[in-house]
Design a protein around this ligand. Structure first.
Ligand code: ACO
Ligand code: LMR
Length: 312
């Protein structure tokens, strides 16, 4: 028996086997007696069931569980949250702070995300994603190129703004110059203060809106935000772009909402991911070409061309 192709081999083997069975040349093998098989050691699951072994868990989670029919966020089934009218802002609060926010708190969280979602193509994060998109990089990597820019100067000052303004409220409640002095000695530039283009003369509408919303449309108690606004009064009297920026504003509001310190930068990261994905889609829709900086945008502060000396 020679099959026509390699792919026909298994069929041919089966055919030969069945022909041999039919002709009585061979008989089917007897069922294997399981008793003669070497006994395998019991699996961890079996021994655990018998209560004879304790296995040290590798990780511990306190936020979610997927062992049922669907994920549960801090105990609440995802579909039930949807059914009962909760939104993404509630899921954020559950997974980042393990609490279901009140309607008023949800509205604030929603606005924080909406307002930080994008700030045009010129800022460090979007620019990073755009350059990557134009270099033909796929969405996840192009977005992470933009993400890499989120740090102490751009978008990643939310956590430290919340942390240090909270510290100011506690340690220097009525002494903002003392707080600023402490920051200068121990930290450096105050996170959450300062902007490259926004200033007293060119205020940041996002900041104004959030502050106004929280203060006039909600009942949130805002000691951290109030403190930061007082710090801004002093810093802007020194230089008019040392305003309370978006990072500082959302950091303080989130501290006032009782979000944990470690969660704060997550709000900018999450929100700005929306914008970065948008920029990637936009560049791809336009079939944008590779970006290369023009020479006139570079100050070549380099040595004049010169001859390479002979190697000594
Ligand atoms: N606290 C104290 N002084 C400051 C601060 C600050 N937060 N920011 C700037 N300054 C001072 C600088 O020390 C410098 O002083 P000097 O002229 O006496 O040397 C002067 O202001 C100019 O500083 P630059 O760093 O050149 O200012 P620039 O406008 O380029 O910086 C930036 C903008 C990076 C945002 C800066 O203000 C900063 O580092 N702020 C803190 C970090 C922060 O909050 N980043 C988030 C910005 S918002 C966002 O990204 C969404
Ligand atoms: C932003 O939200 O990206 C900005 O505040 C930063 C900038 O440089 O404008």
């Amino acid at each position: 028996m020679v099959p026509e192709t390699f792919g026909g081999l298994s069929k041919a083997i089966k055919q030969v086997y069945q022909d041999l069975l039919k002709s009585g040349t061979i008989k089917p093998e007897a069922e294997i007696d399981e008793k003669i098989l070497p006994a395998l050691p019991p699996s961890v699951q079996e021994v655990m069931k018998q209560g004879e072994v304790i296995v040290e868990p590798l990780i511990r989670t306190t936020i979610s569980d997927d062992r049922g029919e669907e994920p549960r966020y801090v105990g609440y089934a995802a579909s039930e949250l949807c059914e009962k009218g909760y939104g993404i802002e509630d899921v954020i609060a559950l997974l980042w702070n393990k609490k279901l926010p009140t309607r008023e708190e949800s509205e604030i969280i929603k606005r924080i995300i909406m307002i930080s979602a994008d700030h045009g193509p010129a800022v460090s994060g979007a620019f990073g994603s755009i350059i990557a998109a134009c270099a033909g990089i796929d969405l996840p990597q192009a977005v992470s190129a933009g993400m890499t820019m989120i740090g102490p100067r751009f978008g990643g000052a939310v956590t430290n703004a919340g942390k240090y303004f909270k510290y100011g409220v506690k340690e220097y409640p009525n002494d903002i110059p003392g707080f600023l002095n402490w920051m200068k000695q121990n930290v450096g530039p105050v996170p959450g203060i300062g902007h490259r283009v926004k200033s007293l003369r060119n205020p940041d509408k996002r900041v104004k809106y959030l502050v106004e919303y929280v203060k006039t449309k909600t009942t949130l108690h805002t000691p951290c935000l109030d403190y930061a606004l007082n710090v801004e009064k002093i810093t802007t009297s020194k230089k008019d772009n040392l305003i309370l920026n978006v990072d500082g504003t959302i950091g303080c509001i989130l501290v006032d909402l009782d979000f944990p310190e470690y969660s704060l930068n997550g709000f900018f990261v999450l929100a700005r991911t929306i914008g970065m994905i948008g920029h990637w889609i936009d560049q791809n829709n336009q079939n944008s070409r590779l970006i290369r900086l023009y020479d006139y945008l570079i100050n070549y502060a380099v040595k004049d061309e010169r001859e390479v000396p002979d190697k000594r």
